[in-house]
Design a protein. Structure first.
Length: 128
């Protein structure tokens, strides 16, 4: 009887394991999953560079204002090209004596640029 009791106690201990470790493992998994979700959201919140490529116009003219290319922006009226960088949803355009920095996002097919110096500017893809 003594051996059977010891066997049952041993079986219970082995079968149950350490309950606090199981809880810790579930919490660790939940934290990892939560971090994974937030990283995916952060990665998807940026602008895909291919979205901004193309010829754009604004409401001031029927003509094209600029052509955003792979690594530069060509201004049609001035016939000038400037380098730019797109980091997540921030665009920086490098003019000779100034760097324009603004937030870039889309509302449907409208390109919206918002900077603290110049405010909000909206552009639409130029249709030939």
């Amino acid at each position: 009887m003594k051996g059977t009791s010891l066997f049952i106690v041993l079986l219970i201990c082995v079968g149950c394991g350490n309950p606090s470790k199981k809880v810790d493992a579930k919490i660790d998994t939940a934290i990892v999953n939560k971090k994974s979700v937030s990283v995916k959201r952060a990665a998807s919140s940026g602008i895909d560079k291919t979205q901004i490529l193309g010829i754009w116009t604004d409401s001031t003219s029927d003509n094209a204002v600029f052509d955003i290319r792979k690594d530069s922006i060509y201004y049609v009226d001035r016939s000038e090209t400037y380098k730019y960088e797109l980091d997540d949803n921030t665009i920086t355009i490098h003019y000779p004596d100034y760097a324009y920095t603004g937030e870039v996002h889309f509302i449907k097919d409208t390109l919206v640029m918002n900077s603290k110096d110049f405010g909000v500017a909206k552009f639409w893809k130029f249709k030939n």
